[in-house]
Design a binder for this molecule. Structure first.
Ligand SMILES: NC(=O)c1ccc[n+]([C@@H]2O[C@H](COP(=O)([O-])OP(=O)(O)OC[C@H]3O[C@@H](n4cnc5c(N)ncnc54)[C@H](OP(=O)(O)O)[C@@H]3O)[C@@H](O)[C@H]2O)c1
Length: 272
């Protein structure tokens, strides 16, 4: 898809880590200029930081920022979302509203903001902070194609984007939302394995992390099935098949599937 500079104004309600990742992404991608972005947050230190580092506009209330914006990103924690939305609902008219709050359903925000609200629910993940996120977008009933394209461009500035039905959002949370933690754990364990076998920790950590990056890029860039790629590494009677056998003995596949199921169910419970 061709990239165009967005002419609208972007408001962020909440200026925390996810908001900063998005600000950094859209500025780097030149989708917006700093003077097109407003951020509201109760923490003056955060606002100072965002203004100094990115040159974005700060100082307005949530209400003022929503009034100034064409696209509003709700980037507060799920537990304060209801209060934050209540405080700005009378200002929401034609804006495209994008919520990144985990577990907060489209119907909840539309109840608060009005049945005509143009709302998209997004589930990004932590690697958005380094431009390698994956975001699932679920669209509300009043969303048209150009709004989807706008949201897509914003989140593609910090990684990849998939469009999904909202009923699958808990599964997304269990997989890509929580997934970075599973991979961190895997990298830590691979590092420990290397250290056990005599490698210096720093070297082992680099070997492990870059191996994960490289393997993931192989899957994404070749389009091959991961099992086919795995078979190409595992030569007959070799080292890799010995390692794979041990992983299978440990039930690693079933444990990973169970982990995603458990996280999905927990997301369903928290979402109510
Ligand atoms: N970080 C991730 O990897 C990630 C991934 C997927 C989705 N998300 C979602 O992104 C949202 C933000 O997460 P985060 O990690 O960026 O959290 P965060 O770093 O805690 O940022 C939230 C910011 O919102 C501010 N805030 C609190 N109440 C507010 C209000 N009423 N109006 C305006 N701002 C308010 C907070 O200020 P105080 O600290 O002073 O309260 C804080 O600066 C969450 O809903 C989360 O589910 C995050």
């Amino acid at each position: 898809m061709s990239k165009t500079v967005l002419t609208n104004k972007l408001g962020m309600i909440g200026g925390g880590r996810m908001a900063e990742a998005l600000i950094s992404g859209v500025l780097s991608a030149k989708l917006y200029r700093p003077d097109q972005i407003w951020v509201a947050d109760p923490d003056a230190g955060r606002l100072d930081h965002l203004n100094t580092r990115y040159g974005v506009q700060v100082g307005g209330t949530n209400h003022e920022v929503v009034g100034l914006s064409d696209v509003v990103v709700l980037a507060v924690k799920p537990q304060v979302m209801a209060d934050a939305v209540r405080g700005v609902s009378d200002m929401v008219t034609k804006q495209l509203v994008i919520s990144v709050a985990a577990g907060v359903k489209i119907c909840r925000i539309m109840e608060a903001c009005g049945a005509d609200t143009r709302l998209i629910r997004a589930m990004p993940n932590m690697p958005a902070m380094v431009g390698e996120g994956i975001t699932a977008l679920a669209v509300g009933p009043k969303i048209e194609e150009d709004a989807i394209q706008c949201a897509r461009q914003i989140f593609e500035s910090v990684g990849r984007v998939v469009l999904i039905d909202e009923r699958l959002m808990d599964a997304v949370t269990g997989l890509s939302g929580s997934g970075p933690a599973y991979v961190f754990l895997m990298i830590e364990a691979m590092t420990d394995g290397g250290v056990k076998m005599g490698l210096p920790r720093e070297t082992a950590s680099l070997l492990a992390a870059q191996t994960v990056v490289g393997a993931a890029r192989m899957v994404l860039e070749t389009g091959q099935h991961p099992a086919g790629l795995k078979d190409q590494v595992a030569s007959p009677g070799g080292t890799t098949i010995a390692g794979l056998h041990r992983l299978e003995q440990g039930g690693v596949r079933a444990v990973v599937i169970d982990a995603i199921e458990a996280a999905t169910k927990r997301s369903q419970e928290l979402g109510g």
